[in-house]
Design a protein around this ligand. Structure first.
Ligand code: PLP
Length: 378
């Protein structure tokens, strides 16, 4: 969102810290994803931003949803129930439970919903067989995450050499494994990761067919990068690569290709407006203390490894400044390297592209509540 006067107007109306989510941008991102990847059905990974209004907007656009906990599942369930969705359609088509290791109490509850769910190890198959027999299994495989900002392969994904044994074990416990999933790591700008992942998945599809377990779903995960800075290669370029891998290795119309985009759909939709509470000079640099920080909207600096930047509403000669959060913790520094004009307390700043992994991981540390969220163009 780049309309400065609109941002200011909303900040004056709702007060700061304020996270403005523009649903028109979410719809545009969704349309772009579907247009450039016509074979791929997106399941929005709601962990990126679990606001019910966002789920609602994406549901209306035709998105499915990737959930990682019973609680996320219930957010989607409530939105769909609000749209008077029929239960059966909801259970089978609209949700993938894409956390390879699940809580037992969640599995027991999920048994009523016949969900697609991922797994990547033997113990998990036993858990699912015991507590959630009514499931459709998707095997999460290990793929390279080289250069991705958030590496996921260090925690999840079955190595290729045990995949067939896992499928055989699932068969033994009464399941036909329906598909494979992978995740190349979040904010992936090394597109070779996708190429390698398709190659590995295609080999496992073939080996699985040989043992009589036909796979019909390929879930290509998330990772689609967002242009936080100009270095990021374009989504158009990535789409070409993905389409050509799909054509070469998964051309059969009997294979359903799905994805779990999180960041790509929502990151650019939000702008956060903050107020300067304090100002000090340290080591010849001006430090601005604002009313939001690492423990709140800018939690992504730590958890998501993203460097957010700030813009001022005031004009003036720019000089290197630091922007830090309101808590007593010295870790609570958002950026030590912002080019800003000379500002005063009570001046406002704004930060764009703050829609993914921001409010989702905000805390109440030190008593500072997370930013208010306002949804526009819903
Ligand atoms: C299983 C799974 N799917 C999808 C996503 C969303 O990834 P991204 O935001 O990179 O699209 C994540 C992110 O951690 C994930 O763990």
């Amino acid at each position: 969102m780049s309309d400065k006067s609109k941002i200011l107007e909303l900040a004056q109306k709702y007060k700061t810290p304020l996270l403005i989510v523009d649903h028109e941008i979410i719809r545009e991102n969704f349309k772009k994803f579907c247009k450039l990847l016509p074979r791929v059905k997106p399941y929005y990974a709601i962990k990126a931003n679990p606001e019910a209004q966002i789920v609602n907007t994406l549901y209306k656009m035709g998105s499915g949803f990737d959930v990682a906990s019973w609680e996320e599942f219930m957010i989607v369930y409530d939105v769909l129930k609000g749209n008077q969705e029929k239960k059966k359609l909801f259970m089978n088509e609209n949700v993938i439970y894409a956390n390879p290791v699940k809580r037992i109490d969640s599995l027991k509850k999920l048994n009523n919903y016949y969900l697609q769910m991922t797994f990547d190890n033997f113990i998990e198959i036993e858990k699912i067989a015991k507590y959630c027999k009514n499931s459709r299994l998707i095997l999460r495989i290990d793929v390279p995450n080289t250069g991705s900002v958030v590496e996921l392969s260090t925690k999840f994904g079955a190595p290729q050499n045990i995949c067939i044994d896992l499928i055989k074990y699932a068969n033994k416990l009464g399941f036909n494994v329906e598909g494979l999933s992978f995740h190349v790591g979040s904010q992936c700008s090394n597109f070779n990761n996708y190429i390698d992942a398709f190659e590995i998945a295609s080999q496992i599809f073939e080996q699985s067919e040989q043992i009589g377990n036909n796979l019909t779903i390929l879930d290509i995960g998330g990772g689609f990068p967002v242009p936080y800075d100009t270095q990021i290669p374009s989504f158009d370029e990535l789409a070409k690569i993905l389409n050509s891998s799909i054509k070469e290795l998964f051309n059969s119309p009997e294979i359903n290709i799905i994805a779990e985009p999180g960041r790509f759909l929502v990151a650019t939709s939000a702008t956060t407006v903050v107020e300067i509470n304090g100002k000090a000079t340290r080591n010849d640099k001006t430090y601005y203390y604002i009313n939001d920080g690492i423990y709140n909207t800018f939690s992504g600096v730590l958890f998501d490894h993203i460097q957010y930047h700030f813009k001022a509403f005031k004009e003036g000669e720019l000089k290197e400044s630091a922007v830090v959060g309101p808590t007593c913790d010295a870790l609570d520094k958002i950026s030590l390297d912002e080019m800003l004009p000379d500002l005063d307390i009570e001046d406002l700043l704004y930060s764009e592209n703050t829609g993914a992994y921001t409010n989702a991981s905000a805390t109440h540390f030190n008593g500072f509540p997370p930013a208010k969220i306002v949804h526009i163009n819903t």
